[in-house]
Design a protein around this ligand. Structure first.
Ligand SMILES: NC(=O)c1ccc[n+]([C@@H]2O[C@H](COP(=O)([O-])OP(=O)(O)OC[C@H]3O[C@@H](n4cnc5c(N)ncnc54)[C@H](OP(=O)(O)O)[C@@H]3O)[C@@H](O)[C@H]2O)c1
Length: 290
């Protein structure tokens, strides 16, 4: 069964920066659950392949947690790193064998029986869509993955994957924020709306830059003015701006601090009207729309 993912997702990419022990990570995850955020985003390569193991240690520190959460992981990037001595060059690998082995490894690292969602991390110029579809079917038959999607594709690349897979792809994870608004204009979000695919926005605060936007930039001024009007912080407005899009964007947050996550979850109660939304777009892009 396909999971019902929470509207806000917590990304675990920066776990190495959080300096938390497994029990502290478990407490962070429990705090997220209390806020209604139950979906966590990982990838096999995060934190030099250690992220999933660290997340698994947190799940083991708090038995019962794994039954309450939904987990997304990704595969398809092959890093040059001492832990993968056979990789001579950074490359993509979306071969059937690589996808199957990556999922086995992710599940073992996290101590899970099943991923709720598997994404192909990057579009691979050597991608053979029939082979990826075969791997997806095999993972679904084995009960190892509930649903599939992709990340960082252009619409035609997502279409290619979908064309050979006879189940609907459910999600497309893209970089989307006030600082990276290309997906609004390159057809990606139109495609997501048309296919009813869940768009997920990675780095929704531009990696934290939107929380630190200088007050004297056009965007900083617009965020401050609107913030006063709506009693909201710049980062809450940045999330509300994504949530206002009709494609139903799911922001993938990156903070390791529960207080900050709480404030971003609260942004779900802010609704920007059209003119507020376009004011932020104009300030971020530095020009009026045509
Ligand atoms: N599919 C892909 O190719 C791809 C690529 C990159 C990332 N991702 C996913 O997207 C997730 C989020 O990316 P991101 O970490 O760049 O997201 P982000 O939410 O844009 O940035 C999070 C960073 O901003 C900092 N920050 C500073 N002030 C903040 C505030 N007031 N509120 C919240 N955060 C603040 C956080 O630090 P503190 O921890 O100190 O709060 C953290 O370092 C990743 O974890 C990963 O799962 C996917």
């Amino acid at each position: 069964m396909i999971a019902d993912f929470s509207r806000l997702i917590l990304g675990i990419w920066r776990i190495g920066e959080w300096e938390l022990n497994p029990s502290e990570v478990a407490r962070l995850l429990e705090g997220c659950l209390d806020l209604g955020l139950d979906t966590f985003d990982l990838a096999d390569i995060y934190h030099d392949h250690q992220c999933e193991g660290m997340f698994g240690a947190a799940l083991r520190a708090s038995p019962g947690l794994k039954a309450r959460i939904k987990v997304i992981s990704k595969c398809g990037i092959a890093l040059v790193t001492p832990s993968r001595p056979h990789h001579r060059v950074k490359h993509y690998d979306t071969s059937r064998g690589h996808i199957l082995a990556a999922v086995e490894h992710s599940l073992a690292e996290m101590g899970l029986e099943k991923l709720d969602l598997l994404l192909i991390h990057r579009p691979d110029p050597l991608l053979e869509a029939d082979e990826v579809a075969e791997a997806f079917h095999q993972l679904a038959r084995r009960g190892q993955v509930a649903a599939f999607g992709a990340s960082n594709c252009l619409p035609h690349q997502f279409d290619l994957l979908q064309s050979r897979f006879d189940e609907p792809l459910v999600a497309h994870q893209l970089e989307i924020s006030l600082l990276h608004s290309e997906a609004l204009f390159d057809g990606s979000l139109d495609q997501a709306q048309r296919l009813r695919v869940m768009p997920q926005a990675w780095s929704p605060l531009g990696g934290g830059r939107l929380a630190r936007e200088p007050r004297d930039s056009a965007l900083g001024r617009a965020l401050a003015t609107l913030g006063q009007e709506l009693n909201a912080t710049p980062e809450q407005l940045a999330i509300a701006w994504l949530l206002r899009h009709p494609a139903g964007i799911h922001p993938v947050l990156g903070s390791g601090r529960l207080e900050r996550i709480r404030r971003l979850v609260e942004a779900q109660s802010l609704t920007l009207d059209r003119q507020q939304w376009f004011t932020l777009l104009e300030a971020a892009r530095g020009c009026e729309i045509p």
